[in-house]
Ligand binder design. Structure first.
Ligand SMILES: Cc1cc2nc3c(=O)[nH]c(=O)nc-3n(C[C@H](O)[C@H](O)[C@H](O)COP(=O)(O)OP(=O)(O)OC[C@H]3O[C@@H](n4cnc5c(N)ncnc54)[C@H](O)[C@@H]3O)c2cc1C
Length: 361
């Protein structure tokens, strides 16, 4: 059995850890945050990814957490209602779909909990260097110490540290769209009841909805600015950059934008895509957004992360201990699915119905 290190306890990392632990591999996950990250809005599990959830035997838990929105109001920037519908929402589309929409933190908690008895999760630490040897990969950890593993997986998101160590600078792989988004939680002071509130133009937008209990709101702000550099690390700078385009908004939107200052779970990101010719180098392989982020504009990031983790784990199970071979065959099998998803039209979503099923699980 192999010793596997995974960097990143997100959707790809937790799913892969669970799958490999079920094959009796020894799995250690290094997560930079000090706890499993919460926050975020709703994500979608679609097409082939639904099969992965079935294979993981987590369908009931995932279905139990699905969102139950009643509809949405589309408003102008002053909070005047322009349109009202009970047939669809902005986040999940029409209500008559088999796809499952759930909050990202519900999904990550389900995947984490299912594996936590068998996987070693190390929070507040990360790999700072990785050296490939003939029979292992040796890593140095931020908090000190060296460890050796048979395989190192970078499942550490859009700005992956493992990708930087093994493949080079973000600029070579991260394709910017010039659209930035910030998602944060605040109390439901405006009394939204399973309802979405949307202000949307091509240049900027606000999407608001309550969590499953209606206690808290998850607010997303986005704006397009081809010139702006993303402030990646500094939360204060991120908050300033996010608030700036919304100085003129009125009504409930004004209150919600002001709440950003108090948010402690801000997830700020550029709506970028990651495109790579290869996802592996020897005993280092990337998964999820780190390797093939399709951008949140496609709504397919979570499904790609689940399917990618599943295919990698399945090819490892099929190989007779030859991890290099397993990683190669995983790349060959997954590539058409990833390419179909990276080709989804970012403005209209066209292509998603074919792309979500473009692989057999
Ligand atoms: C808090 C949060 C909220 C999100 N909200 C949304 C949302 O509302 N809508 C949406 O479409 N997508 C959202 N995403 C992104 C979405 O989860 C991914 O696009 C998709 O699910 C693919 O998952 P992933 O596991 O590849 O990446 P992610 O889910 O981003 O997980 C990556 C993990 O790696 C960790 N990490 C990063 N760098 C390091 C490092 N150097 N060392 C160790 N660990 C590291 C991160 O803390 C994170 O836990 C969110 C991500 C996060 C982390």
């Amino acid at each position: 059995m192999a010793e596997v290190a995974i960097q990143g306890a997100g959707i790809a990392g937790c799913a892969l850890a669970l799958l490999l632990a079920r094959q009796d591999h020894t799995v250690t996950v290094f997560e930079r945050a000090r706890f499993l990250r919460s926050g975020g809005q709703a994500v979608d599990v679609r097409g082939a990814a639904l099969k992965v959830i079935e294979e993981l035997k987590l369908v009931e838990e995932v279905r139990a957490c699905r969102t139950h929105f009643r509809g949405m109001s589309v408003c102008d920037e002053h909070d005047n209602e322009l349109e009202r519908t009970t047939e669809r929402t902005l986040s999940g589309g029409r209500f008559n779909s088999d796809d499952i929409e759930l909050f990202r933190d519900d999904l990550s908690r389900i995947l984490f909990s299912a594996g936590s008895d068998f996987v070693t999760y190390v929070f507040g630490d990360e790999v700072v260097s990785a050296r490939q040897q003939s029979d292992c990969v040796s890593v140095e950890l931020r908090n000190g110490g060296e460890r050796s593993f048979d395989l190192l997986v970078g499942a550490d998101g859009l700005h992956s540290g493992i990708r930087r160590l093994a493949f080079g600078r973000d600029e070579e792989y991260v394709h910017r769209t010039g659209i930035y988004a910030g998602i944060y939680s605040t109390s439901n002071s405006i009394g939204l009841d399973a309802w979405q509130l949307v202000f949307r133009t091509p240049e900027r937008g606000i999407i608001v909805y309550p969590d499953r209990s209606n206690d808290q709101l998850r607010v997303a702000l986005y704006f397009a600015d081809g010139e702006a550099e993303p402030p990646l690390q500094d939360t204060v700078a991120q908050k300033c950059a996010l608030k700036a385009p919304f100085g003129d908004v009125g009504g409930r939107f004004r209150t919600l934008v002001a709440e950003l200052d108090r948010a402690d779970d801000l997830y700020a990101s550029e709506m970028a895509q990651v495109r790579m010719q290869r996802w592996s180098d020897g005993r280092i392989v990337l998964a999820g957004d780190a390797a093939y982020c399709p951008s949140p504009l496609t709504g397919q990031g979570t499904s790609l992360a689940l399917v990618g983790a599943y295919v990698l784990a399945e090819e490892i199970a099929r190989s007779t201990g030859d991890l290099a071979d397993a990683v190669e065959s995983h790349e060959r099998r997954l590539r058409p699915f990833v390419e179909a998803n990276l080709a989804i039209d970012l403005r209209t979503g066209k292509g998603i119905d074919d792309a979500k099923n473009a692989i057999a699980i």
